[in-house]
Design a protein around this ligand. Sequence first.
Ligand code: SF4
Length: 281
Amino acid sequence: MRTREISAEDITRTVRRLCIEANTVLGKDVIEAYEKGLEKEESPVGRDAFRQLLENARIAQEEGLPLCQDTGLAVVFVELGQDIHIVNGDLNDAIHEGVRQGYRDGYLRASSLDPLTRKNFGDNIPAIIHVEMVSGDKFKLLVAPKGFGSENMSRVVLFPPATGIEGVKRYIVQRVEESGPNPCPPVIVGVGIGGTFEKAALIAKKSLFRPVGQRHPNAEIGQLEIELLAKINQLGIGPLGLGGSVTALDVHVETYPTHIASIPVAVNIQCHSNRHKEAIL
Ligand code: SF4
């Protein structure tokens, strides 16, 4: 069997670059969603908020400055082909080192600390690493700095089956309503339905990496996303929580088969600073 070699140094170099890029350059899909939001928003204060978000994104990109002071915890997803052989080092160590260098060299805030003593490590590591084995010799890295204004508003609930889809929809909308201005709207709402406790959370998180405005390929799930987005945008929270008709830029739903006794539901809220960058090595 043939294997392809990737060096730990290449992984570190790439993660370093992705940390800096993700924190300074917003995706085209997000910028377009802001522009559409500006057209759709009914409140003058809300429209002004969209103008400021667009201006902020422009300045960050042009001057290489962070889009937000909260540069997040570095969440790193790896698609690791089974025919890949990593040489000159360890995968996890290479990723942590890339995050450490990226946050240091990009002058990005270090937010990682001990959960008990609250002592800041000062280098924003360890990263949160998820590795998925895939076939072939593909090696893909995705870096998503996750701000905690929005992460703090996220939840996993395991409902009894009798809750039904209508109960699940009510819960998702209620979660966004109760979050109010805390997750820095306009938000992207990532929803995972099914699996187990942790699987629901993971698919909710992964759903956030789908381009804003792109519907789920399954028509039924796509329709659910449209319905939830309409309901959330009737809440009136608005851009930056200042009131208005655009509270969410999108809702992304992913599902996974689950147990007969449960409906696991995860709602992972992403703030307007929807940052992620990827690379294939
Ligand atoms: S939740 Fe997002 S926009 Fe709000 S402070 Fe954190 S990173 Fe910044």
